[in-house]
Design a binder for this molecule. Structure first.
Ligand SMILES: Cc1cc2nc3c(=O)[nH]c(=O)nc-3n(C[C@H](O)[C@H](O)[C@H](O)COP(=O)(O)O)c2cc1C
Length: 196
């Protein structure tokens, strides 16, 4: 009997008009095999105010959130693991992504996270390294392997297909194997904790 697929949320971290993020998110979604059920979360569809509530999420994990955030909150909570799709913005990650992270707390707890980065020469790696620190504070586990597209505009053609996909497909497979391993372990660990 095969195991139940894990719920994998792919988060599009950029929200600006004309962004490239959805192309990368769709590509990584195509790489995901039947070990996962995929939910693509577009932060551009969520209400994400910069001003947070007075009490920090660590002290009030069920803090009141804007009505336009409830769909995002439910989908983050439902996920067993996440793939964060991020560009480098000034050597870090987009503000909308930080906002989505900070408005939530328990949703990230003991979950597994993989990364797909893209940008100019740095290929999203500067954003990814910052995100590792942030998710560490939220008790999430970030996997070692990642996919990076440096100078993505040379790697994808006009229709959004990779010109030479093999290297990137292999990187995605390695990352997804790690995400599956850790997410399976953490799902079991979380359910044991609930049962205890
Ligand atoms: C505010 C901003 C800052 C950026 N900073 C960097 C950077 O530090 N390094 C880099 O390689 N590219 C940088 N870029 C270029 C982006 O990686 C590129 O525009 C990419 O398409 C952004 O992702 P998006 O299209 O999904 O928004 C920056 C772009 C923006 C809009």
């Amino acid at each position: 009997m095969s195991a139940q697929p894990l719920k994998l949320a792919i988060i599009i971290g950029s929200v600006r008009e004309g962004r490239f993020g959805p192309v990368v998110a769709n590509w990584i979604a195509e790489q995901v095999d039947d070990r996962f059920d995929v939910d693509i979360i577009d932060l551009a569809e969520a209400e994400l105010p910069a001003a947070l509530p007075p009490v920090p999420p660590a002290l009030d994990p069920d803090m009141p959130r804007p009505a336009g955030m409830s769909d995002l909150t439910e989908r983050l909570a439902a996920a067993d693991a996440y793939l964060v799709v991020t560009p480098d913005y000034n050597r870090s990650y987009p503000a909308a992504l930080k906002s989505a992270i900070d408005w939530h707390y328990t949703q990230w707890d003991a979950k597994t996270i993989g990364f797909v980065g893209y940008s100019g020469a740095s290929g999203g790696l500067l954003a990814i390294e910052h995100l590792r620190q942030v998710f560490n504070e939220l008790n999430a586990h970030t996997v070692r392997n990642y996919v990076s597209f440096p100078r993505y505009y040379l790697l994808f053609d006009e229709s959004g297909r990779l010109r030479e996909p093999a290297e990137f497909e292999e990187a995605a497979r390695a990352m997804l194997d790690q995400v599956h391993w850790w997410a399976s372990a953490l799902v079991t660990a979380r359910s044991a904790q609930v049962a205890a």
